[in-house]
Design a protein around this ligand. Structure first.
Ligand code: PEP
Length: 272
């Protein structure tokens, strides 16, 4: 799957025009495998092929649909990347109910969402676990989409930037600059997920710029300019344009609006 960026300019002059946007559909716990197949087939036939030259698209169904979608993507030559919503950090073992990154890699999964706020909030996932998962995903040649974001209380208390910085520092321990270059960070303010409230494009850009500058101070300019930062939180066809003009926003992680072709196709079509 193409997830490389166009590095034609020197790193310190790059903008989001130089990084290939990634639009990811996080289906959460929705759709059985029959519905999943129908959805991607409709989506594929609704979108013009050249759009995939301009952006990367990933679909993150529940685990039960991964094998079916892998087959459909391969048999029908759909240039859509397969994504997972989570994985365990160990390759195998006595972890009832868990899925190994090795199993995902065998299914040609390209991207794995790690540290989604629903897992952090509802299942108590910690930065330490997120860090272990990031390394596990990288070890098996997949790309982690590392989710960070503040709650409403943290934003109102003025600590949003500190919270996000701490999540990044702790979640990316021992990651190399070369690995950072290909990483995806998803900035998802918790108060904007599934609520219909979107961060203003200016606020989303400000946090994404803050993230990139933090990455630059730790991993250097080349890695920071190369990595892609997605915004996530109630993205829809009506707000994709105003988000994507922002310099440090390189795509979006889309939940609710990725579940229906009539909502998701216009988001992807923005790039055609
Ligand atoms: C998400 O689940 O990552 C998300 C951003 O959801 P929604 O688009 O529904 O806010």
């Amino acid at each position: 799957m193409p997830n490389k960026h166009n590095l034609k300019k020197s790193a310190n002059t790059m903008s989001n025009n130089d990084r290939k946007p990634l639009i990811s559909g996080n289906w959460k716990m929705h759709m059985n495998h029959f519905e999943a197949i129908q959805m991607v087939q409709k989506l594929f036939y609704d979108l013009p092929l050249p759009v995939y030259d301009r952006i990367d698209v990933s679909i993150h169904p529940p685990f039960t649909s991964l094998r079916s979608l892998q087959t459909v993507f391969e048999v029908d030559h759909m240039p859509i990347a397969l994504g997972a919503q989570n994985c365990h950090n160990e390759d195998s073992g006595a972890f009832t109910g868990e899925i190994s990154p090795l199993m995902l890699a065998k299914l040609n999964v390209a991207y794995v969402i790690v540290g989604h706020s629903e897992r952090r909030q509802l299942l108590g996932e910690t930065d330490r676990q997120v860090n272990a998962k990031v390394h596990a995903v990288l070890k098996h040649g997949m790309t982690p989409i590392v989710c960070v974001g503040e709650t409403l209380e943290q934003r109102q208390a003025g600590s949003a930037a500190t919270v996000v910085s701490t999540q990044i520092t702790n979640s990316l321990k021992e990651v190399t600059a070369a690995q950072v270059s290909d990483l995806i960070i998803a900035y998802e303010p918790v108060w904007a997920i599934g609520t219909g409230k979107t961060a203003t494009p200016a606020d989303a850009q400000a946090m994404c710029a803050h993230i990139r500058s933090q990455m630059e101070s730790k991993w250097g300019n080349t890695a920071a300019q190369s990595l892609r930062i997605q915004y996530g939180g109630s993205v829809k066809a009506s707000n994709i344009a105003e988000l994507m003009v922002k310099n440090d926003i390189d795509g979006t992680l889309v939940g609710g609006a990725s579940l229906k072709v009539e909502d998701f196709a216009p988001i992807v079509n923005h790039f055609s």
